[in-house]
Design a protein around this ligand. Sequence first.
Ligand SMILES: Cc1ncc(COP(=O)(O)O)c(C=O)c1O
Length: 413
Amino acid sequence: MSPTPKTTRELLAHMEQSVMFTAARPPVVMERGEGSYLWDVEGGRYLDFIQGWAVNCLGHSPPVIQKALARQAAVLVNASPAYYNPQWIEFAGLLTKTSGLDKVFFANTGAEANEGALKMARKYGMRHLKGAYGVVTAWNSFHGRTLAMMSATGKGVWEGLFEPKVPGFTHVPFNDLEAMRLAVTNKVCAVMVEPVQGEGGVFPATVEYLRGLRKLCDETGVLLIFDEVQTAIGRLGHLYGFQHYGVQPDIMTLGKGLGGGFPVSAVVAREKACLFDIGEQGGTFNAQPLAMAVGKAVVEEVIHKNLCAHAARMGGRLMDKLKEMGREFGFADIRGMGLLVGVDLPQSEIPPGPAQPSAPTIGHQVVQECLKAGLLINSPRPATLRFMPALTVTETEIDEMVDILRGCLQRVL
Ligand SMILES: Cc1ncc(COP(=O)(O)O)c(C=O)c1O
């Protein structure tokens, strides 16, 4: 065996020999994290406002996760999905109690949770809606990268990819109640939206829209599904995004922050939608004890440390600082909720669809400049920057981020 490579150059040379290419990544290799900071293998330090893509709600390597993993690993790593484990039952109870919904199915990724939700909706359609199986989602949405979720996602650049798509999906403009009303025909069993479109560039639903969707679903008998993979576990200043809107869905999917960095996701649903028969849903690692122990510890920490209120406060500060900066640089828009915030750069023509990381968009240039200056942010659209720090982020860290960003914008714009 050759010795383990250590420098960035050595590691990247090995990477090229064995790692499948799927995305353009910068030439850094991250080795260690603590709180709001990451360090690369050369010792370079980064203030992280991406946090695993809105995942690490407690920051990097929080003691809570370290302890939960160590404790659980010493007792039981995997009993097999054929048997219950105590953490599974307790974690499910925590999610039903805090959401007001009835039952939980645990999975591993956001896309897998969404798949589960749509299987439930189709079963519901079969049982209660004369076999209706259609699902209406929004343009500019993001629901994951499995074949069915790429079909569910309303993303223009994915059209024509991996054809044929899974049938049964219709896309309508987001925040347009009338369009949704027209799309919900008697062939439809569910409507699925994100309370805030995160990957699409941070576009919050209006209160009227989500309340209108609830009413429409109640009138038609169609299920209302909220994809809360990005918006839950404190991200919007509430444990669940729907609590901000006062609109409870029939099915909610969770992921990302649910495990604070450990892969775990969930489908949380009203009893009436829980129609699986034996063998219709499952998976080798679903409700795996390590994931259950970590997820439960993370959600309890968010609740006990009152991190939703902290996220709302820090989000307010971040917004205020960005608005100040917006006056200086002429930002075209600043929007978001809690600690999910987006900024459109000045005078930008914003074409639909995502940023192409390899193309020199203005957003990409700012992201690159920030990386060089030790700040990690993301650009989900060509002229949009997105900020999604840990819920534990401090005022000092927000101020530090703003200082670094200001310097970078002065150089790039
Ligand atoms: C709203 C939403 N749904 C689903 C997903 C897919 O989650 P995963 O990448 O864990 O499959 C994402 C990921 O960004 C998301 O933001």
